[in-house]
Design a protein around this ligand. Sequence first.
Ligand SMILES: Cc1cc2nc3c(=O)[nH]c(=O)nc-3n(C[C@H](O)[C@H](O)[C@H](O)COP(=O)(O)OP(=O)(O)OC[C@H]3O[C@@H](n4cnc5c(N)ncnc54)[C@H](O)[C@@H]3O)c2cc1C
Length: 221
Amino acid sequence: MPAYLQSKYDITFHFNRAVNRIEYPKVYSGKNIYEADQIFICNGAEFETLYPEVFAESGITKCKLQMLRTVPQPGGWNTGPALSAGLTLTHYGAFQNLTSLAALNERYNRDMPEYVKWGIHVMISQNQLTEVTIGDSHEYGLVFDPFDREYINRLILDYLKTFVTLKDFSIGQTWNGIYPKLKGKTEFVSRPESGVTIINGLSGAGMTLSFGLAEEVVGQL
Ligand SMILES: Cc1cc2nc3c(=O)[nH]c(=O)nc-3n(C[C@H](O)[C@H](O)[C@H](O)COP(=O)(O)OP(=O)(O)OC[C@H]3O[C@@H](n4cnc5c(N)ncnc54)[C@H](O)[C@@H]3O)c2cc1C
């Protein structure tokens, strides 16, 4: 992606430069100082480090997700499209207007309280190595236990087995990711000083929404 952006739009990237202060039009990274007409801060889950007061008042918190990945499927076996099941209907805002959602939530609260407690819904998709990526759980807070819970991974796999049969369920890797979360909103955009724009809080939809949001925010300047 950086190579593409560099060749197509002549963008210069400066990697491994932690920005520790901004005073428009200056951006400080230790002893390195950059200047810009427009500064966009998209610092993801490390949002406390720049303009901490703005973030403290934003209502933003964090979400820790546990995910798993199987070993490659035997013989290059293909799962086909990405798959999800009923729990996913209770997770995404896109389904909130379904008339049957209240009854579904009631059923999950009654029959699968541990799934509700750990914010689990289950989706899979396969990569080019035929490994199957499986997720995920959702825990909210500003500080998390660094260890993953085997119990959560087991809940995820147990539910997966109710709607998918893989050739090989052996898990090759597990991991957790953390993203900033702004409950009830799709993004956080703030202008703490003239020429500086903070864009954050895309939560679990940033890979999907970022390109459209970037176009919208830049278009408003
Ligand atoms: C487990 C998991 C599953 C997800 N699944 C989905 C999904 O299915 N669909 C979807 O649409 N989205 C998904 N997301 C969400 C998506 O990944 C995020 O919303 C998106 O990455 C946010 O993009 P961003 O550019 O705002 O922040 P990030 O991608 O977090 O990038 C922020 C960057 O800023 C850098 N940075 C921070 N502070 C500084 C500093 N002071 N100086 C310099 N650099 C700094 C960081 O190192 C990082 O590289 C998922 C996220 C996780 C963790």
